[in-house]
Design a protein around this ligand. Structure first.
Ligand code: HEC
Ligand code: HEC
Length: 396
């Protein structure tokens, strides 16, 4: 009887050691590559190009205006109409409503502060000009400085937070008002940061050598992670804590748009950016040193940029289906199959040489999907709270 007890105990012990040993299977090289995808969240720094970045009154104003349909010509469209907080700040549609945006999938806005270029084609080099575009665009909100001034005057809290952040509003019709409003909306968007995911917990546990905590991460996700770092070469483009290198690429997603035409992607984005009055080379960049404009200053549209789109972050994917610049892939399984069956003829001449059809087995597809899902927070996101009103400003 006593013997049996000992044997059972040994069995339990070896089972535990086994599970732990599985996690320890990663090579030192793999461990350092895993560590490079964290820590999360990244530390927050203010945007030097936006003087109200981090300013409490501006954040509150920006939050109120993000949900404000009266900024639009028909008084029905707010930023939140397409960037729905319950869906990771996108709309779940294949492509957005509206003619201009109607060829592109609405990106989520979580962690948007960490991006370098904005829009699928990088047509903006800063968050406030990317926020100004939809207000002015006749196909999206069709707003104007006069309309924005009326909205501010209509509610004491809006007017009061504006004055706290920027001082007295400029004379009627001055475009400075819209730029300031866009800077306030940007300041609020900068506060949208996703909580840690199961992958982050695993990564942190491995980094501090806590194999027991690391063993909570599902085996399928671990195998998917190995594939992601190894044979898949995914981390070459989906690098670092945000799972993007912040640049552009072509992975063979068709760039034809209906009824006829093409989306030139990054090539068109560079042209738009350089022609944009509100880019970082312009007068509205609040960084007196202009150090934040170096990348923009060196941009030139090149032939190879044709059909390239931004390498998206892979965080929060379970909230943001469908995928790709044109929303053409409905599920993460379809994404995995895309990389598995990749049509090399679709990658244009200057295409990405590292991409090869991966020919994944059904089990490998499952593993890759399990890993990608583990990059989203396990708990539902809290509804975005209204930041407190500031000092003497009281609602409404
Ligand atoms: C009609 C739907 C719609 C509305 C309304 C809308 N957006 Fe967007 N938004 C989009 C689409 C589509 C894109 C992608 C555009 C592109 O690739 O050029 C986008 C892109 C963005 C981006 C770039 C994100 C990134 O990851 O590159 C930001 C920031 C943004 N919108 C903020 C706003 C703000 C702020 C408002 C309100 C002032 C707003 N949007 C209103 C559909 C919309
Ligand atoms: C050569 C760079 C590159 C490599 C390597 C790469 N990707 Fe991508 N990935 C991109 C680009 C660029 C896009 C957007 C393409 C588009 O919309 O046309 C993208 C899009 C995605 C998306 C859609 C995200 C969204 O929000 O729409 C997922 C998921 C994804 N990649 C996962 C992977 C996985 C898994 C691998 C490895 C098997 C991988 N990627 C390898 C560049 C790359």
């Amino acid at each position: 009887m006593r013997r049996l007890g000992r044997a059972a105990l040994l069995l339990v012990l070896s089972a535990t050691t086994c599970a732990v040993a599985d996690v320890g299977d990663f090579t030192p090289a793999e461990l350092s590559r895993i560590a490079a995808h964290g820590p999360w969240p990244l530390s927050w720094t203010p945007d030097p190009g936006n003087r109200v970045s981090g300013n409490a009154a501006a954040i509150r104003l920006g939050r109120d205006l993000f949900f404000e349909p009266r900024l639009s010509a028909n008084r029905r469209v707010a930023c939140a109409s397409c960037h729905d907080p319950a869906k990771g700040f996108q709309d779940g549609r294949i492509t957005a409503r509206g003619l201009v945006t109607g060829t592109r999938n609405t990106p989520g806005l979580l962690n948007v502060r960490q991006q370098r270029w904005f829009g699928w084609d990088g047509g903006h080099d800063n968050l406030w000009s990317a926020s100004l575009r939809p207000i002015l665009d006749a196909k999206e909100m069709g707003g104007s400085a006069a309309r924005a001034a009326r909205v501010l005057r209509s509610r004491t809290a809006l007017d009061c937070h504006y004055r706290q952040a920027f001082g007295k509003p400029p004379a009627a019709g001055d475009p400075e008002l819209l730029v300031n409003i866009a800077k306030a909306i940007a300041a609020w968007q900068e506060t949208l940061i996703s909580p840690p995911s199961p992958f982050d917990e695993f990564r942190d546990a491995l980094t501090r050598g806590d194999t027991r905590a690391a063993a909570a991460y599902p085996a399928a996700a671990q195998r998917g992670l190995r594939l992601f770092l190894g044979r898949g070469q995914c981390a070459t483009c989906h690098a670092g804590p945000l799972f993007t290198n912040g640049e552009f690429g072509d992975i063979g997603i068709p760039f034809f748009i209906q009824p006829e035409g093409v989306d030139p992607g990054r090539q068109g984005g560079i042209k738009r950016l350089l022609a944009n009055f509100y880019n970082l080379l312009g007068a509205h960049n609040d960084d007196a040193t202009r150090n934040n404009a170096t990348a923009t200053r060196h941009l030139r549209p090149e032939h190879r940029n044709f059909g390239e789109f931004k390498v998206p972050s892979l965080r929060n994917l379970t909230l943001t289906a469908p995928y790709m610049h044109n929303g053409s892939l409905a599920t993460l399984r379809e994404v995995a199959r895309h990389y598995s069956e990749l049509d090399e003829d679709r990658l244009h001449a200057d295409g990405e040489r590292i991409l090869k059809p991966l020919k994944l087995s059904p089990q490998e597809v499952d593993d890759l999907v399990a890993f990608l899902e583990s990059l989203s927070p396990s708990k539902a996101l809290p509804a975005p709270h209204a930041p407190p009103t500031v000092d003497a400003c009281h609602a409404p």
